[in-house]
Design a protein around this ligand. Structure first.
Ligand SMILES: Cc1ncc(COP(=O)(O)O)c(C=O)c1O
Length: 409
């Protein structure tokens, strides 16, 4: 047993054997060259994702982009079903987008806002979402308020209930915040909204939970759920998707093009029925097919298996880091994700990240600007973020702890 990594308190609860993990690593070319702990940034894709994309790009070069699209139509149709299965829905809930932010904006901006409306955001809400909320609120004269955290660090559902009234138009929450290992109580939030403020639109950012955690968007009670391809789902950069409820599919999107609507007469148009209304015509079909391959890979492995292995790995990392001098592990919440964050007394987080990366270990830096309210509440200006995945093994863990120890010495 390693001197750096404390023995795990319990065996890996995912059910994956050492041989299974070796197979996952053999599927993942990046494991050969890197100790990758930046899955919350952009995960290492399995080979099938790379092959799917490269094959499509080759067909585009050989026969033309539109022709390759037509040839792949059946496989593209299947992508909607694969993504739907990730969030407990059928294909009819899914719109393909270029990123989580693209998806989130298409949902949020469709909600008609009026002067005097209230928009509630989680304290840990992600910068891009809050920026869009502040900008929209300024334009119409709405207000933006943060729902406080409870003592464990997650969104306080009782406080939310007490804030809800008929003027609340949108509630925006990140399921797994970018800069903390907690999982917000998404379903309890949805239940509170339906009970106390049914007119409010619930926009759930599942960017960090899709591909990591089993999800059921309808059971959560969300109106919109946004996700990216490249993080825990292990798809390509430049891919994302939006899930929308039947009620949300009655909204007229803020962005229309000839894919989401049809120009029917000189001065009229009709919006596409269903989730198609939240898509744009042009997209990277290689990336969309790659995201579909990533979804199929994740579904075949099982999201419960994935969640259990990632959180077991993350807990082992927290334990090992907590034993290093000056390291303060910052994660809160009772249900933890694969995002591990820490600060080092007297040291700048960006410098620590740079020194860890110089040792061939990929970690990332979360600066205050990514979630100003959350960082200010914690009194920190930056954090080091470490995020394992199912393919992480003990050689990675040892390299990580050795690199962190050397970086902070
Ligand atoms: C919680 C959360 N929401 C949204 C985003 C933005 O995702 P994208 O870059 O795909 O738009 C991120 C990215 O880190 C995130 O962590």
């Amino acid at each position: 047993m390693s001197v750096l990594i404390p023995a795990p308190a319990a065996a890996d609860p995912s059910g994956l054997t050492a041989d299974d993990v070796a197979r996952l690593r053999a599927d993942t070319p990046g494991c050969l060259t890197r100790h990758h702990f930046n899955n919350a940034g952009s995960a290492l894709p399995p080979q099938v994702v790379v092959d799917t994309m490269v094959d499509h790009l080759r067909r585009e070069a050989e026969i033309g982009g539109y022709e390759a699209h037509a040839e792949a139509q059946d496989r593209l149709d299947a992508v909607y079903a694969s993504l739907g299965a990730l969030v407990g829905s059928g294909p009819e809930g899914i719109s393909l987008t270029t990123s989580a932010t693209d998806a989130w904006l298409r949902g949020f901006l469709s909600v008609p806002l009026e002067r005097g409306d209230r928009i509630l955001v989680a304290q840990a809400e992600y910068a891009s979402n809050v920026l869009a909320v502040m900008s929209a609120a300024r334009r119409v004269g709405a207000t933006v308020e943060a729902v406080p955290d409870d003592a464990t660090g997650v969104l306080d559902v009782d406080a939310l209930r007490s804030m809800l009234d008929e003027r609340v138009r949108v509630v925006a929450v990140s399921h797994a915040p970018s800069q903390n290992g907690l999982l917000n109580p998404a379903q309890a939030i949805g239940a509170a909204l339906r009970e106390v403020a049914p007119q409010a639109w619930y926009v759930l950012d599942a960017c960090q939970s899709v591909g990591q955690v089993p999800l059921d968007a309808a059971a959560i009670g969300a109106d919109f759920l946004s996700a990216t391809g490249r993080k825990f789902l292990r798809g390509p950069r430049g891919s994302g998707f939006l899930w929308s409820s039947a009620r949300a599919q009655t909204l007229e999107p803020a962005l229309l093009d000839l894919d989401s609507a049809t120009w029917t007469s000189v001065d009229d148009y009709v919006v596409q029925p269903g989730a198609k209304r939240f898509e744009s015509w042009e997209k990277s079909y290689a990336a969309m097919l790659g995201m579909g391959a990533a979804a199929d890979y994740a579904l075949a492995l099982g999201l419960g298996v994935t969640q259990r292995r990632i959180s077991w790995l993350a807990d082992r990392i927290r334990l090992a880091l907590a034993g290093l001098p000056g390291v303060v592990v910052r994660d809160r919440g009772m249900v933890r994700t694969g995002i591990v964050t820490f600060s080092v007394e007297g040291q700048d987080a960006a410098d620590v990240v740079r020194r860890i990366k110089e040792r061939g270990v990929n970690v990332s830096h979360s600066p205050r600007e990514y979630a100003v309210r959350d960082f200010d509440a914690q009194g920190v200006s930056g954090l080091v973020r470490v995020s394992p995945h199912v393919y992480t093994d003990d050689t990675d863990l040892e390299a990580l702890i050795a690199a962190v120890s050397a970086a902070i010495a």
